[in-house]
Ligand binder design. Structure first.
Ligand code: SAM
Length: 291
């Protein structure tokens, strides 16, 4: 069986030169060139020969080679035209990889899970393009893609945002969404010199393991996330004003104040002070009113 060979920086440079590849900043291209980091990602993602894995943004196929070696099947979605012929070359030894030329934000991943994995939960592994980290993660969760876990390289600061709770400046809609759907765990911190070209910021590998049951009970998930977005869109305002001013909501001031009082929350509280449990209770208070 062929061993992955691209984690070696020398081989990466050879491939890039062979194809005269020009890095596209707009696609967030920072290719991994460190075998230790690649080994860590593969180990943390706990891939077995039973697994179908979705890779987002394979680049020249470095991590794809490692994934193909460990998994039953891999599908890798890449947007950059220039990388498609390179991937055909670097992945030719692996017959369990499908490269899909397209935009991950427009890819029907649930359909892919049906076609490739009989609709069973899939594992997602990626060194994400940083300019669209949040839409990718939110898309996976909100579109109800059948997911087992997501193991991803992101900016260190974004990883921190996924982990924190109320009372920190990084706490926001991403923290609440990630913690509602999954249990986040940092796998590794990764310095800029592990990439080509080097990003300006530090990175981290984070693993999100999908909850079997959400940690809080909500009658209307969509409403809870509307409340969350409204609270953090105007995080310096009180929760009452944030909700009243939201384009996504249509509640009177009186109704908002009643809901807060019912949840035992002071009327001058800011949204950023609420825990996930409190957002769930608030959402349930609004839906109870509807009846
Ligand atoms: N996986 C490779 C590695 O680790 O060396 C490359 C990672 S690089 C950070 C991000 C990759 O995502 C690039 O190959 C880039 O072209 C691709 N990409 C960017 N935007 C994308 C999109 N919307 N859909 C699919 N791929 C995208």
């Amino acid at each position: 069986m062929t061993e992955p060979y691209l984690g070696n920086p020398q081989c990466t440079i050879e491939v890039l030169q062979k194809y005269d590849f020009v890095f596209q900043k707009r696609f967030g291209q920072n290719f991994l060139i460190d075998t230790h980091v690649l080994d860590k990602i593969i180990r943390a993602s706990e891939i077995t020969k039973d697994d179908f894995v979705l890779e987002i943004g394979p680049g020249i196929g470095t991590m794809t080679q490692y994934l193909a070696q460990s998994a039953r099947e891999v599908a890798a979605v890449e947007i950059d035209d220039a990388l498609i012929p390179i991937l055909e070359d670097t992945l030719k030894e692996w017959d369990n990889v499908t490269v899909i030329h397209g935009d991950i934000l427009k890819t029907d991943i649930s359909r892919l899970a049906v076609e490739k994995n009989g609709g069973k939960p899939i594992k997602v592994v990626a060194n994400l393009p940083y300019y669209i980290t949040t839409p990718i993660i939110m898309g996976l969760f909100e579109n109800k893609v059948p997911l087992e876990s997501i193991t991803i390289m992101v900016q260190r600061e974004v990883a921190d945002r996924m982990l924190v709770g109320p009372g920190t400046k990084d706490y926001g809609a991403l923290s609440l969404a990630v913690q509602y759907y999954a249990e986040p765990r940092i796998v590794a911190n990764v310095p800029p010199n592990c990439f080509m070209p080097r990003p300006k910021v530090g990175s981290a590998v984070i693993r999100l393991i999908r909850h079997r049951e959400p940690p809080v009970q909500v009658t209307d998930e969509k409403l809870m996330f509307r409340l969350i977005r409204a609270s953090f869109n105007q995080r310096r305002k009180t929760l009452v004003n944030g909700l009243k001013n939201s384009q996504e909501l249509d509640f009177s001031k009186e109704r908002i104040e009643n809901a807060l009082t019912e949840c035992g929350l002071p009327l001058n509280i800011r949204g950023e002070a609420l825990t996930l449990q409190q957002f769930a209770e608030l959402s349930n208070a609004f839906t109870a009113f509807r009846k």
